[in-house]
Design a protein around this ligand. Structure first.
Ligand code: NDP
Length: 244
């Protein structure tokens, strides 16, 4: 019998991560749903997936805390039957201010959650992919990591780091049948953008609208699929034309 494919989505319980998790489960993956604080949101996506006949399991850990990451993922990574075939590095936060007013804490917190986490999680998961000689690693960056954005020096640095780290890793593991790619969303209507002036933002976007979490998830699903087998080290922008 063919073994069930497994996927880990970090920050799986809201917005983009939630949409990706639901689609992966609909495709037949067993989905490890990582989250940090909001247990109610986590139960909600777990219930949705299970009510659709999908298979998933909650994994609560802080992606920026190496000890927590190792404690949660090592048991999966050491057991071949539980190991992860598709990794989606999605968890991310913003803490905006101009550089002059940015605190060292704010710099570290954003870099820790958005970039250190790439190192902690991917390092553990990729080992088994190398043994299996297959795997998909997809990380969520941002237009800010490609073009920069005022008030987001910390966030842009973290997302630019994800892009270049992914390109380097793609070269390291390409001969092992593992692809490493990035999806880079523009403005997507999720909790993360709460409080922003959508009318002003829409005017700057050639398509004159924000994107949906579902539109980002569709791009991720393509890169996770067999159909993308010769694509690695790439950045796929999902941004309504705001950065070309
Ligand atoms: P949301 O704020 O809607 O959701 C964030 C998710 O990440 C939640 O599930 C949250 O779980 C989880 N999370 C946050 N911190 C941690 C942590 N330390 N450890 C584990 N999980 C954590 O974000 P979006 O869906 O909008 O964003 C998803 C990704 O897309 C991010 O990387 C973001 O930077 C990127 N992005 C988003 C854009 C947008 O316009 N929305 C644009 C470009 C990129 P909990 O609530 O339990 O902490």
């Amino acid at each position: 019998m063919k073994k069930k494919q497994k996927a880990l989505v970090t920050g799986a319980t809201k917005g983009i991560g939630r949409a990706i998790s639901q689609k992966l489960a609909q495709k037949g993956y067993h989905v490890y749903l990582n989250y940090h604080r909001d247990h109610e949101a986590a139960c909600s996506i777990e219930n949705t997936i299970k009510s659709e006949g999908g298979s998933c399991q909650l994994l609560r850990f802080d992606v920026s805390n190496q000890e927590e990451v190792e404690k949660s993922l090592q048991p999966l990574c050491q057991n071949e039957s539980l190991a992860i075939d598709v990794l989606i590095n999605n968890a991310g936060i913003m803490e905006d201010s101009t550089l002059v007013w940015m605190s060292p804490g704010s710099w570290r917190k954003v870099l820790g959650t958005n970039l250190d986490a790439f190192f902690y999680v991917t390092k553990l998961v990729v080992k088994n992919m190398i043994v299996q000689r297959k795997g998909r690693i997809i990380s969520i960056a941002s237009t800010a990591g490609q073009a920069g954005m005022k008030g987001q020096v910390n966030y842009s640095a973290s997302k630019g780091g994800i892009i270049s780290a992914s390109k380097s890793l793609a070269q390291e593991v390409a001969s092992r049948g593992i692809t490493v790619n990035v999806v880079s969303p523009g403005f997507i209507e999720t909790e993360m953008l709460e409080g922003l002036d959508f009318k002003k933002i829409k005017n700057q976007i050639p398509m004159k609208r924000l994107g949906t979490a579902n539109e980002v998830a569709c791009a991720v699903m393509f890169l996770a699929s067999e159909e993308s087998s010769y694509i690695t080290g790439q950045v796929l922008s999902v941004n309504g034309g705001i950065y070309m």
